[in-house]
Design a protein around this ligand. Structure first.
Ligand code: SAH
Length: 241
C-alpha cells in the first residue's frame, strides 16, 4: 500500500519533472516486477526442483540476480538458463547455483573459496550464508567489474582476486568449502590441500565443451570421498600462461 502511494505520488510529478526524475516510477515498478520474478524463480526452479536448504532459498531470494547480468539480458535475468557475461563466459543457471551451494552445506562462520568469480553472482549467494568468501577470476576485466559490483551492493565479505584459481589462495587456507565454477579435467591438487578436514568441495570434472560430472568431494583425514551428483556443462577451467 505504501509503495503504491509512493509510486502514484511520483507518477503525478511525471509530466512536470526532468527526464531523470520522470524515470523513477518506471524504475520502481520494474524493481517490483523483478522482485516477483525472483520469488517465482526460487519457488519454481529451486524448491520445485528439490532444493530444500532454507539458507540457500533465502539467499537466492535476497540476491538481485538482475544486477549481475548484462543490461541487454535484463528480461532473462530470472529465466531457467545460463546467460552470457562477456569474454565467452556465462553466469550459471539459477538451479545449478542453488544445487552447488546446497551441496557445500555451509554454516555461518564458514570460510569459502570460489574459483571463477565471473559476474560475482555465485559469490554474493555464498556471502549471504557464510562468513567470508575468497573468489578468484582469471579474466582481469571480469575480476575488476565483479569486485566493483559486489562492493557497490555492499558485499563486504567477498574478496575478489585476479589470478589462476587452479593454485587456490594459500594465504587464506584452509577453507570449509571450495566451489569451482569452471570445469577441470581433474581435481586440482592445490585445492584439495587447501580444503579443511571435514570440508566439502563442489567441482565440475570432465573435458572442455562436453558433458561433465558435478562432483562432491568430502575430505576426512587422509580419505577423500567423491560422489558424482549430476551431469553438467560448464566453461573450461583455463590456466594462466
Ligand atoms: N560463478 C560465476 C560464473 C562463472 S563462469 C558467476 O556466478 O557469474 C566461469 C568463470 O571461471 C569464468 O569467468 C572464467 O573466466 C573463470 N575461470 C576459468 N578458469 C579459471 C581459473 N583457472 N582461475 C580462475 N577463474 C577461472
Amino acid at each position: 500500500m505504501f509503495l503504491f502511494t509512493f509510486v502514484s505520488i511520483l507518477g503525478m510529478n511525471f509530466h512536470t519533472c526532468t527526464d531523470r526524475q520522470s524515470n523513477l516510477p518506471a524504475t520502481l515498478q520494474q524493481d517490483r516486477g523483478l522482485g516477483q520474478q525472483r520469488a517465482a524463480m526460487v519457488r519454481e526452479q529451486l524448491e520445485g526442483e528439490g532444493i530444500s536448504d532454507t539458507a540457500v532459498l533465502r539467499a537466492m531470494r535476497e540476491v538481485p540476480r538482475h544486477l549481475f547480468v548484462p543490461e541487454e539480458f535484463l528480461d532473462l535475468a530470472y529465466a531457467d538458463r545460463p546467460l552470457p557475461i562477456g569474454y565467452d563466459q556465462t553466469i550459471s543457471q539459477p538451479y545449478i547455483v542453488g544445487l552447488m551451494t546446497e551441496l557445500l552445506a555451509l554454516k555461518r562462520g564458514d570460510k569459502v573459496l570460489e574459483i571463477g568469480t565471473g559476474s560475482g553472482y555465485q559469490a554474493a549467494v555464498l556471502a549471504e550464508i557464510a562468513d567470508s568468501v575468497w573468489s578468484i577470476e582469471i579474466i582481469e576485466p571480469l575480476a575488476t567489474s565483479a569486485r566493483e559490483r559486489l562492493q557497490h551492493l555492499g558485499y563486504e565479505r567477498v574478496n575478489v582476486r585476479w589470478g589462476d584459481g587452479y593454485l587456490g589462495w594459500p594465504e587464506h587456507a584452509p577453507f570449509d568449502g571450495i566451489i569451482v565454477t569452471a570445469a577441470a579435467e581433474q581435481i586440482p591438487e592445490p585445492l584439495l590441500q587447501q580444503l579443511k578436514d571435514g570440508g566439502r568441495m563442489v567441482i565440475p570434472v570432465g573435458a572442455a565443451f562436453s558433458i561433465q560430472n558435478l562432483v562432491l568431494v568430502e575430505k576426512r583425514g587422509d580419505a577423500v570421498n567423491r560422489r558424482n551428483v549430476a551431469a553438467v556443462r560448464f566453461v573450461p577451467l583455463t590456466r594462466q600462461k
